[in-house]
Design a protein around this ligand. Structure first.
Ligand code: F6R
Length: 608
């Protein structure tokens, strides 16, 4: 996501801040900005595009003299990438400057309240509400104003703040978004990630949720959200710089697998308000949703797989016929467009050439296009009629993991909302499903603890030549993704099969020791998949099964069983995918391959 770097000390602040931000570039961003306090005035400079542009504009910081400052690289969430939307944001009087990572979920309510009081907004960002709220609550004590704001905002944030009234001070606070404070004899630092400051100090305080810090040349003072002073101990960082960029993980893929609970949370929680799903921004009013006769989902690769899951979920809950197409096929197959239909284009990068072409074709034929996209301001986001953003943050590993999970979550939101409006679920069932959706991130977190078990199993299969994945319904959709993940990073040939289809041909490939991964999480289909497991085992296959804890009778028929926690059937894919992503990861690792950059693949496929 976005990056924060701040400095106060005896050196010029701007060059240090720009250097810190450059060390966060790997996280992805679309604009950058810096504010430096020279003791009289807070000077600010922002630039869309690469950090290089800001560096050139400021002559590497020389045009912004001062010993105290905050900087930011922005990855757009609310509001397109632009100079105006870049951080820092200031209040109208230019007396308070703020940088922010995270999402203020109740910003719309806060903004309209502030507007009614006469505050004027310059940007489209959620962050700007913070600058105005701080102005509203500021009575001379910055910590008190920050506290008051923290009590009123919902969502996640790491903040760096300067007040004109308090020269040579930086304030920072966090909730659900990382923030560290660094110290050395002649200076103090704030950063959203350790790599930003590792060249300057290895003595670091990790800010915990709802903590505030005030940094000056003389003091580092920590407070809780009630303004009470708290004591914290610094830790010494002994990672090397390279490991630090990956947050201590060996690969970006492993880091991103671990970020999935947060990606799901960030996609879902801003859209749930008082037990209702708020999708007002997707351009579909209730009448249109009630009248929908067909949905076409178009995408490539893993995004296509989320569409396959989306079909099962939308059809089951909202009872709308859904067709799912590979964009490369769709664009040339002369598809039939009908009135009262909706085209959904799914893409992490928002730049995939085939998906973009399919979008243009759909629009040219008069179909309304909704894009499920991760990168704000990307081509698909710009050209679609409406966008449902997934807030997974920048994904660096070529093999997608967290964006896939966030796309699934976006489909769940749509299916639930459509089902409620179309009256295809009872209010009780809606509530049960909504609760299940809220619990998903926590359940996903608990699954990550099974890592060693999966690594142990993966290590036994490093030399395998073929692997088959099988399942039924949503489990089949999940197998498509699990198989692709394995193929792309381990170079092992694998196939995903609808379990009932095996006996129509592929079962002839089963022989002694063939590895079959069987997914059986759907209660109604469980006995059917168990029968298919027996069929392949009879032909000599070795079966690793993945099921929910209550189906421990699986131990009787499969050779190895992985368990996942239970959620509502339509959402099971979000949990089952995690062990299988880890499986692919550990096989690739064990084979000594380049996990994050598999051969022949690119992160964004902008050519046909
Ligand atoms: C697989 C993977 C690809 C992408 C596909 C579409 O791990 O990442 O299959 O899903 O290239 O890319 P986007 O989602 O950017 O349109």
């Amino acid at each position: 996501m976005c990056g924060i770097a701040g400095y106060i000390g005896r050196d010029q602040a701007a060059p240090i801040i720009l250097d810190g931000l450059s060390r966060l570039e790997y996280r992805g961003y679309d604009s950058a900005g810096i504010a430096v306090y020279d003791g009289e005035k807070i000077h600010m400079q922002k630039a869309m595009g690469r950090l290089r542009v800001l560096e050139e504009m400021t002559q590497h910081g020389a045009t912004l003299p001062g010993f105290c400052g905050i900087g930011h690289t922005r990855w757009a969430t609310h509001g397109s990438p632009s100079d105006t939307n870049a951080h820092p944001h200031m209040n109208e009087e230019n007396t308070i400057a703020v940088v922010h990572n995270g999402i203020i979920e109740n910003y719309a309510v806060l903004k309209s309240r502030l507007e009614k009081k006469g505050y004027r907004f310059a940007s489209e960002t959620d962050t700007e509400v913070l600058a105005h709220m701080l102005t509203e609550y500021y009575r001379g004590d910055p910590v008190e104003a920050i506290e008051k704001v923290m009590h009123r905002v919902e969502g996640s944030y790491a903040l760096g703040i300067m007040f004109l009234d308090h020269p040579h001070h930086i304030y920072a606070a966090r909730k659900d978004s990382p923030l560290v404070v660094g110290e050395r004899e002649d200076g103090k630092f704030i950063a959203s990630d350790v790599p930003a400051i590792l060249h300057y100090t290895r003595s670091v305080y990790y800010m915990e949720n709802e903590e505030i810090v005030c940094l000056s040349n003389e003091h580092t003072r920590f407070f809780n959200v009630d303004g009470e002073s708290i004591q914290k101990e610094p830790v010494t960082i002994d990672w090397d710089i390279h490991a630090a960029e990956k947050g201590g993980y060996e690969h970006f893929m492993l880091k991103e697998i671990h970020e999935q609970p947060q990606a799901i949370r960030d996609t879902v929680s801003p859209r749930i308000r008082e037990n209702e799903i708020d999708l007002d921004d997707i351009g579909l009013d209730e009448e249109k949703i009630r009248g929908l006769r067909r949905i076409s989902v178009v995408a490539c690769g893993s995004a296509y797989h989320t569409g396959v899951t989306g079909k099962y979920v939308l059809e089951e809950l909202a009872r709308i016929p859904v067709e799912v197409d590979l964009a490369s096929e769709y664009r040339y197959r002369n598809p039939i467009y009908e009135p009262d239909s909706l085209t959904i284009v799914v893409s992490q990068s928002g730049e995939t050439a085939d998906s973009l072409a399919a979008l243009r074709d759909a629009k040219a034929h008069g179909s309304q296009v909704l894009a499920i996209v991760n990168v704000v301001g990307s081509s698909i986001a710009r050209e679609a009629d409406n966008v449902l953003y997934t807030w997974a943050g920048p994904e660096i590993s070529v093999a997608t993991t967290k964006a896939y999970s966030a796309q699934l979550a976006a489909f769940y939101l749509l299916a639930l909302k459509f089902a409620q409006i179309r009256g295809t679920v009872t209010p009780e069932r809606f509530r049960t499903l909504l609760d299940a959706l809220r619990r998903l991130p926590g359940q996903a977190e608990s699954l990550l603890a099974q890592k060693e078990k999966i690594q142990y199993f993966a290590n036994h299969y490093l030399a395998t030549e073929h692997i088959f994945f099988m399942g039924r319904g949503i489990d089949y959709a999940l197998c498509l993704e699990a198989s692709l993940k394995l193929k792309e990073i381990s170079y092992i040939h694998s196939e995903a099969y609808a379990a009932g289809e095996l006996k129509h041909g592929t079962i002839s490939l089963m022989e002694n020791g063939t590895l079959v991964v069987a997914v059986a999480t759907q209660d109604a289909l469980y006995p059917k998949t168990v029968s298919n497991i027996v069929e392949v085992k009879t032909r000599g296959a070795f079966v690793m099964a993945l099921t929910t804890f209550k189906h421990n009778d699986m131990e009787k028929c499969a050779d190895y069983v992985l368990y996942v926690p239970e959620t509502e059937g339509p959402f099971m894919g979000s949990l089952s995918i995690i062990p299988l992503q880890l499986f692919a990861y550990y096989v690739s690792l064990g084979r000594g391959l380049d996990v994050d950059k598999p051969r022949n693949l690119a992160k964004s496929v902008t050519v046909e």
